[in-house]
Design a protein around this ligand. Sequence first.
Ligand code: HEC
Ligand code: HEC
Length: 334
Amino acid sequence: MQGRKTIRNSLTLLTALSFLALTNVQCRHDGLNVSALKPVCFDTEIAPIFLNKCATCHGQGDNRGGLRLNDYTTILKSVIPFNAQKSKAYLAITGKGFTQLMPPDGALSENERILIRVWIDQGAKNTVCYTPPSVDTTGNGGGGSTFGGSGSQVCFQRDILPVLLSSCGTKGCHDQTTHAEGYTITSYSSVMTKLVKAGSPNTSRLYTSIANNSMPRGSIAKLTQAVKDSVYNWIKNGAIDGTCASACDTTGVVTYAKQISSLVNRNCISCHSGASAQKGILLDSYANIKTYMDNGKLMAAVKGTSIPMPQGYKITDCEMRQLELWVANGLIQN
Ligand code: HEC
Ligand code: HEC
């Protein structure tokens, strides 16, 4: 709810600002009283723009022009708080003072430029607006911003790590104890040590080995094309350790199609699909998952009250919440 309100407010703000911006393009001091405007949030409004639109070239791996813009500290090096017109990061996106407009492959939208400008002129603060979803027994969602939505951006912690844990960091493979062939795949830092070259999927063993299906091996299912593409895009975009916490989607009605199918795909199908499915338990379709929801086994397993699932780690609180809301709603399919 908080999230929706924020979005509505910032839309109003943007409409007002677009007008001001259009009528005052030429003025250095256009009399915009930014302190009277609602504070722009760094975490939900500004960070996503830099991460998605700049960090590809100005990130951990690729730092063109010797510049990094992939977190608050690095972004602040290109910003003079309260003075957008003198801030490199703002000048670059408006094409002033630099030979090339940034990003070079297409200007930011007007809304994005205005948001960055207002954020800087308000002091470029590290504001955190995301509030974790609150418990909402109606099943109609519990807040959190909707940034990131479904699928628009790949975030390591939300989209990649669960797949790696359930498909690679498993017992006897790349977990802490076995670390087959010297590779441990259980956390961001362990993956980054040897297997990923940020910005370059085709020279990253993590990607090449899943792309040609040499991994995963044994009884663990091969990864789907969608997962391969996510890993590719994540590496290509700088292999950032993103959380997408603000995109944990428990708003609206939780359905199989919208949230549950991808949750199970991330965490379970590596061992529960195809001919080698563990204990013959298939979790690869609505009907099959419903069977294990109806008999209580799935919830008991993820809650750890029976044999804990997935193996070696736990699903996130948000994912647990989605499952609970799904049960509360009556396991809606679409
Ligand atoms: C496709 C790659 C790419 C993307 C995306 C990109 N940049 Fe750049 N950026 C570059 C390159 C290359 C340079 C170096 C240009 C040069 O030295 O002439 C550069 C230079 C800069 C500089 C000047 C650094 C200096 O001190 O001279 C700034 C500021 C900058 N970029 C900001 C941004 C911002 C802000 C974004 C996102 C809105 C962004 N860039 C997105 C490639 C990119
Ligand atoms: C790395 C492989 C692996 C992953 C990932 C995995 N499972 Fe399992 N699962 C197993 C194995 C092995 C068993 C059989 C355990 C046993 O009987 O000792 C099992 C058994 C189960 C059972 C039966 C438990 C019981 O009480 O008999 C359920 C239900 C289950 N898994 C659900 C899930 C769900 C839901 C997920 C994802 C959130 C998941 N599993 C992820 C390997 C896995």
